[in-house]
Design a protein around this ligand. Structure first.
Ligand code: 3PG
Length: 472
């Protein structure tokens, strides 16, 4: 047998599916896993009858690959990636390529690209989104590193990626950790949309008294609209419709209300804070998960801090798609994409990523978790204006926000009076109301800062820096 075209390290679900995807696309493969038993199990199971062989050692693995070697690492982010690089590097030769397809911190990828390039190897940090099914059938891929390294894997990843009408869902993202940064922000947007839909569910259940099937019917309708048709709306419908096989009741009601996270949402928010980009809707989603995990504290607080008296308000009717609630969700989803894209704009300037925002819109249209019909509009908006500061400044999106704001206001105001938390919806409203304000109350904040700390302030009527002895 000749040498294999493609190598995979790490036979987790994503790794297995990605190597099956590569093989299906004509790339004979060799796989390596830290425990060889897992390799044997895979070759005897899902890998049986495919053009895939296993290697028991990294040396044999490397030796089984044609040059330049294309090796995808699907190992846990963090130290395991460095350990794998250290273990395999002695066997690599000039021009060989390592691809990290996990959710690595972009700063780690920056470092690894520089280190590996110094050794004359190529290194690609590639965000991969689409879950297990996407990995097998075609994910959205966000590769970053040197352009030369990307060129060496381009034919492979273009075949493996999801395909949409205007091409495969993969493109060269930019240098260093650009690919992992874009994937991180993708996940931040994912957190926000998940939380927005969870808030809609909570309101439909608690205010409108709807059951899982009734809510799922509403979601099915939303999924027919240009503004909300998306993978996350689609799976929310499925989650709400699914019954507990043991009780026959809605399964979602049997699930503990504490959500975890693996880090990318946190990194999105941390980098946004560091770069001075407001992303309150994404931040609210992250906080909602963190707060949800304080379950014993919440139960104790509930006993001391009772809910306000019952308050009912209209979320609309199922027959009209729960119009105010739907509009609130549309506004919040648009703003979530907008905050993520604004963060990417800033990161692109700061790190010289030279991101192509229209292309990012294009590769998110298929395969990935935040794929949505709206991404065509996002792609159009950035094609028309590549330096658009914020999505809501695009005419089509501005019109959408204006149309959806009354519904958002109605829902947030009603939820506030009913004592139902809607952190993403209310943050979105605050964000829009702040962003569209020519005059914010930070003049008073500046006065206070100058009062206690002589931080000085600027005036509206003349230029310069001023200080007042406020306390005399
Ligand atoms: C992933 O990339 O693994 C998920 O899309 C995000 O995972 P989390 O919600 O566990 O952080």
């Amino acid at each position: 047998m000749g040498k294999a075209h493609f190598g995979l390290i790490g036979l987790g679900v994503m790794g297995e599916n990605l190597v099956l995807n590569a093989e299906r696309n004509g790339y004979s493969s060799v796989v390596y896993n830290r425990t060889y038993a897992k390799t044997e199990e895979f070759l005897a199971g899902r890998g049986a009858g495919k053009d895939i062989v296993g290697a028991a050692t990294l040396q044999d693995f490397v030796g089984a690959l044609e040059r330049p070697r294309r090796i995808l690492m699907m190992v846990k982010a963090g130290q395991p990636v460095d350990d794998t690089i250290d273990a395999i590097s002695p066997f690599l030769e000039e021009g060989d390529l390592l691809i990290d397809g996990g959710n690595s911190l972009y700063a780690d990828t920056d470092r690894r690209v520089a280190e590996l390039e110094r050794k004359s190897f190529g290194y690609i940090g590639m965000g991969v989104s689409g879950g297990a099914k996407g990995a097998l059938e075609g994910p959205s891929m966000m590769p970053g590193g040197t352009k030369a390294a990307y060129d060496a894997i381009e034919p492979l990843v273009r075949k493996m990626a999801a395909q949409v009408s205007d091409g495969p869902c993969v493109t060269y993202i930019g240098p260093g950790g650009a690919g992992h940064f874009v994937k991180t922000v993708h996940n931040g947007i994912e957190y926000a949309i998940e939380q927005i839909l969870a808030e809609a569910y909570d309101l439909m259940k608690r205010i409108a008294g709807m059951n899982g099937d009734q809510m799922a019917d509403v979601l099915a309708g939303w999924n027919e609209t240009e503004e909300l048709a998306s993978f996350l709306v689609e799976i929310t419908e499925v989650c709400l419709r699914t019954k507990d096989p043991e009780t026959g009741a809605d399964l979602v009601e049997a699930i503990v209300d504490a959500a975890g996270q693996k880090g990318t949402g946190l990194w999105t928010v941390v980098s946004a804070l560091e770069m001075g980009v407001p992303v309150p809707t994404i931040y609210a989603a992250l906080n909602a998960r963190v707060l949800s995990s304080l379950r014993p504290e919440r139960l104790a607080a509930g006993a001391l801090l009772p809910a306000p008296p019952a308050h009912s308000f209209s979320l609309g009717e199922p027959a009209d798609g729960m119009a105010p609630l739907r509009d609130a969700c549309i506004a919040a989803c648009i703003v979530s994409y907008g905050q993520g894209m604004a963060l990417l704009q800033e990161a692109s300037k700061l790190h010289d990523y030279n991101l192509n925002f229209s292309a990012i819109g294009q590769i998110w249209k298929g395969g990935c978790i935040i794929r949505a019909r709206l991404l065509q509009r996002i792609q159009n908006a950035y094609s028309a204006n590549p330096t658009l500061a914020n999505l809501v400044l695009d005419p089509w999106f501005a019109e959408q926000i204006n149309r959806r704001l009354p519904g958002l206001r109605q829902v947030v105001a009603g939820a506030a009076l009913a004592g139902i938390p809607v952190p993403c919806l209310s943050s979105t409203l605050d964000y829009i109301d702040s962003y569209r304000s020519g005059r914010l109350p930070q003049n008073l904040v500046q006065a206070m800062r100058d009062c206690f700390g002589s931080h000085t302030y600027e005036r509206t009527d003349k230029s310069g820096s001023f200080h007042t002895e406020w306390l005399d």
